[in-house]
Design a binder for this molecule. Structure first.
Ligand SMILES: Nc1ncnc2c1ncn2[C@@H]1O[C@H](COP(=O)(O)OP(=O)(O)O)[C@@H](O)[C@H]1O
Ligand SMILES: Cc1cn([C@H]2C[C@H](O)[C@@H](COP(=O)(O)OP(=O)(O)O)O2)c(=O)[nH]c1=O
Length: 204
């Protein structure tokens, strides 16, 4: 089963991912951007204020393709629970926002289309819901995507994705205390894993 954690920067994804790691020691825990050289290229682009947004999209997509073939598909083929801190929805939400002011028409649909040809969509996605101001403050605005006005656009793209596939998403109110958020995430994951059937084989 492929479970992803999504939300704005500072929404608490990494905190939740670390807690789940303790609760599910046999699962495969992974993230995007990855720690491969493709992920390094992504972080390099993130540090550039004038990076071309379309070029940046393709760096993220290259990192995702490598992540899928090297980590996600093999782990799913082994029947593992795979938990990814960010995944495809981050591209649909963030790069659709960064491409919004370009000539590209309907960027969110375009980005989904690129992925549709090769990706493995998540079975379930926990969306950590927090307002852009809180997110930007928690994240400490260390990169160009962490500004609150940009995050507001990203948030509205996430809402479009949730509207399109409400059955895939579990929304968790992430404005609460860390303890309350972690309890809600752990409850949701327990329900999802149970509903999916523990130990089911999964060819990815
Ligand atoms: N529920 C919460 N309330 C207040 N601060 C939080 C909460 N969850 C996480 N934080 C803090 O906010 C910052 C960003 O959290 P993190 O888990 O790294 O978010 P993300 O991975 O979504 O960017 C960290 O300093 C973390 O300790
Ligand atoms: C995976 C991914 C991340 N990002 C952005 C979100 C973050 O601002 C940045 C780095 O991701 P990440 O290290 O997960 O940041 P955080 O822990 O603060 O949420 O990359 C995209 O724009 N598109 C993507 O596909």
């Amino acid at each position: 089963m492929l479970l992803t954690l999504e939300g704005l920067d500072g929404s608490g994804k990494t905190t939740a991912w670390e807690a789940l790691r303790h609760a599910y020691p046999d699962a495969t825990f992974t993230r995007e951007p990855t720690d491969s050289w493709y992920g390094d290229a992504v972080y390099r682009s993130l540090g550039e204020d004038d990076a071309d947004p379309l070029a940046e999209l393709f760096l993220y997509v290259a990192d995702h393709a490598d992540h899928l073939s090297r980590v996600v598909r093999p782990a799913l083929a082994d029947g593992d629970l795979v938990v990814s801190d960010r995944y495809t929805d981050s591209r649909y939400a963030y790069q659709a926002a960064s491409l919004a002011d370009t000539d590209l028409q309907r960027p969110l649909e375009y980005i989904r289309g690129i992925h549709g040809a090769f990706t493995r969509e998540p079975d379930a996605t926990i969306y950590l819901d927090v307002d852009p101001e809180t997110a930007a403050a928690r994240a400490g605005a260390t990169d160009k995507f962490e500004r609150a006005s940009f995050l507001a656009e990203v948030q509205s793209n996430y809402e479009r994705l949730i509207d399109a596939e409400p059955e895939r998403f579990v929304r968790v109110d992430a404005a609460r205390s860390p303890e309350e958020v972690l309890d809600a995430v752990e409850d949701a994951v327990e329900r999802l894993v149970e509903a999916h059937g523990d130990g089911d084989s999964d060819d990815g």
